[in-house]
Ligand binder design. Structure first.
Ligand SMILES: Nc1ccn([C@@H]2O[C@H](COP(=O)(O)OP(=O)(O)OP(=O)(O)O)[C@@H](O)[C@H]2O)c(=O)n1
Ligand SMILES: C[C@](O)(CO)[C@H](O)COP(=O)(O)O
Length: 237
């Protein structure tokens, strides 16, 4: 089956969380090759690593993957031995892919997490931490880490304009968690593009809460990140 729109692929019937996994990106910054989610880390596609960890989180009832449109059937076949998943065709931008996956999440699922396939080593505990904060009453929850470098504001010609107070900055990861209605409203209202889903919730004027992120939730973006992830994978085993 190429597209389980009846969403029968349930993982844990007692879970209260659906995880939407945007995995349709090309991976331009990683260099030429297959779509990023299908590139290999120690012999397995990034998406397989990501789904294995997602499925290990006890709260997760279902997983919806947004795959490159030409790879929907192949991704379904790839992931079926790993976990029950629903696979839909992703869109041109990340937010289009999230919207396509969100559209098949049933209305009776109260909490939705959005998780980049590119953050393929995010541990199950991180999913649980984010979901628990939503369950405790937050509308929108993001895992975040303190910024460790000094941050400068710089003009186009390279001239430094100033130093930013890094104590108030955070580097934001996924999975990001939402009350399902809040995420649907944010996507419906999103007039312009946003780089993360919490950004769309912020534009609604709703509060977004940070919880501690994880070094293992590194986003594989550049070739050096694959090398780092190879090492992190060994540490996580
Ligand atoms: N049209 C898109 C673009 C991105 N993504 C997904 O969104 C996540 C975060 O995107 P990023 O890491 O920026 O991936 P790419 O867009 O593939 O990277 P690049 O910009 O280097 O092409 C990834 O899991 C990616 O597959 C997606 O589902 N659909
Ligand atoms: C969602 C995200 O991973 C949070 O850090 C990030 O915004 C994705 O950004 P990208 O430009 O699509 O890599």
């Amino acid at each position: 089956m190429t597209d389980d729109r009846d969403v029968t692929a349930q993982l844990n019937a007692r879970g209260d969380v659906a995880v939407v996994v945007p995995a349709a990106g090309a991976g331009v910054r990683l260099g030429p090759g297959a779509p990023k989610a299908l590139r290999l880390l120690e012999g397995e596609p990034l998406l397989v690593h990501a789904i294995r960890r997602t499925a290990a989180a006890p709260s997760v009832r279902m997983i919806v993957v947004a795959a490159p449109p030409a790879e929907v059937e192949a991704v379904h076949d790839l992931l079926s031995p790993v976990a029950p998943v629903t696979v839909v065709a992703g869109g041109a931008e990340r937010q289009d892919s999230v919207a396509a996956a969100l559209a098949v999440v049933p209305d009776d699922v109260g909490i939705v997490l959005v998780h980049d396939a590119a953050r393929c080593l995010a541990p199950a505990e991180l999913f649980e931490r984010v979901a628990a904060a939503v369950r405790d009453g937050a509308d929108a929850v993001i895992p975040a880490l303190p910024v460790v470098d000094t941050i400068k504001e710089v003009a186009a010609d390279g001239t430094v304009l100033g130093t930013v107070d890094r104590s108030v900055l955070r580097a934001v990861q996924t999975p990001q968690g939402f009350r399902a209605g809040t995420l649907r409203a944010a996507h419906a209202a999103a007039a312009d593009s946003h780089t993360d889903d919490a950004g769309a919730v912020e534009k609604l004027g709703r509060p977004v809460l940070c919880v501690p992120g994880s070094d293992f939730a590194l986003k594989i973006t550049r070739p050096i990140d694959l090398a780092l992830a190879t090492h992190l994978l060994k540490l996580s085993e």
